[in-house]
Every structure is written in C-alpha cells, then in structure tokens.
Design a protein around this ligand. Sequence first.
Ligand code: NAP
Length: 247
Amino acid sequence: MSLKGKSALVTGGARGIGKAIALKLALNGADIIVNDVADIETMKNTVDEIKKLGVGCEALKADVSNESEVKDMVSYILEKYGKIDILINNAGITRDGLLVKMKESDWQLVMDVNLKGVFLCTKSVIRSMMSKRSGCIVNISSVVGITGNPGQANYSASKAGIIGFTKSAAKEVGSKGVRINAVAPGFIYTDMTDSLPEAVKSKFLENIPLGRYGEAEEVADVVLFLCEERSRYITGQTIPVDGGLAL
Ligand code: NAP
C-alpha cells in the first residue's frame, strides 16, 4: 500500500493503458479520479472495478485539450480532496496517415489532445503540488516519439514533444519537491493498437527483441514505480517499456 492516502488523477483512464494504471495505483492504496471524454456511464465499469479494491474513486468527464474543462475538473478535485498528489497524463489519440496526405486538422487534433493536453493538465495541478512541496507527474509518451514511425508524423511529433516538455518542466519544479517523468510504451495490446492493419502489427513484432507485444499492466508497473517513494531521486526521465523495440 505504498500510495495510501494519496489521490491520483488519471486522464484517459476509462480503458486501455489508462485503466490499467488507475487499477495499479488503486491496488497500492491511492484514491483515483478517472478522467475521460467518454460518457460517465461508459466509465462506470472502470469506477466500479476500482472501488472493489477498497479505495475511493469517481469519474470526471473532460476533454484534456479544452482549457476551461481542464480547469473546472482540477478545481473540483482540489476543492473536494484538498490536493492532487499524482497526475498521470495518459489521454492520447492517433490520426495516422502519410505526411503527403495528412490533413492539417489531423495534425492539429493529435497535437491538441496528446501534447497540449499534457501542458494544460500539468499547468492546472502544478501550483497546488508546488505549494505542498510534493507531487508526482507521469506523462505517457511513446517509443515512436524516440524512433519516429512512417504514417505517424503527427503522433510521433506529439510524443517527442512530451519528452521535451517533461525535461523542461522537471527542471522548473524539481526544487519545489515535484517530480515529472515520462514512460514511452512500445507496442502495447489495447484498442488503439488492435485497430492497426495486420501487416503493421507483424512488422512491429519482427522488431521487438523480446518477441511479443506488451501488456497494459507492464506499463502500469513502471508508472507505479515512478509514483512511489523509491523513485524519489528520478526526475525528467523517459523510460521505455517496449520489449527493446527502440534499441
Ligand atoms: P486507448 O485504448 O485508445 O485509450 C485512450 C483513452 O483516452 C480512451 O479512454 C479515450 O476515450 C481517452 N481520450 C481520448 N481523447 C481524450 C481527451 N481529449 N480527453 C480525455 N480523454 C481522452 O489508448 P491506449 O492504447 O490505452 O493509449 C493510452 C496512452 O498510451 C496514449 O497516450 C497512447 O498514445 C499511449 N501509447 C499507447 C501505446 C499502445 O501500444 N497502445 C503505445 C505507446 C503509447 P474514448 O474511448 O472515449 O475516445
């Protein structure tokens, strides 16, 4: 129960990697606020599963790329819980396509949700964390933010942006007791990757030294570590969880 008494906000937490992270933090004692753009009803299953672990949990609908929705969500949490100890910036989308055919709207949407969303959520919680001289933020980047990937110029740029953001922000707030790190998952089996063409999936598999896709829980394990006291001397880092894909 390393996170007992802590409250954690997980964006895009209704399903996939976000849900696995929310469950992992809950299993270790944290109260969880699940954020998503999904309807509250859709988030209910996740909330019920988390509550069964004996921690507090509620769902808040907000689009992380919308400044006023993010501000309202964070104000509500701070008023109700008095603090946010942990922020997991997990919400993310893809709009894949070759650069020559990529629409400006697909570029912008991916940058808005994946990168601006991280900025908005971090900015909204950071004052409260700094004033308590304690806090932990984990941003979910991607291995393609390190390696690049054809057909994902928008997505990989947003995920590379998260890595730079993480380093800069960590340098700004480290002296105030706040740590900010990122995790760069490789190919993790979720709805996001399930929709990829078979040819793309098997190409990924060929390049994974550990010879298999990853599981959301394997990302969640590293996120948990980065939220725990035992990682107290780590900040500004991006840790790949990719079976060796980026090597
Ligand atoms: P997923 O299954 O598609 O789940 C993403 C979640 O984010 C969904 O619940 C989605 O809600 C929510 N979301 C989307 N836009 C949002 C917004 N504007 N505001 C709040 N929530 C929003 O994806 P995943 O595979 O779990 O990925 C989670 C994170 O890991 C993403 O940042 C992704 O880029 C990253 N990642 C994934 C992989 C992988 O292999 N799966 C690899 C590297 C990095 P709706 O369902 O309602 O749209």
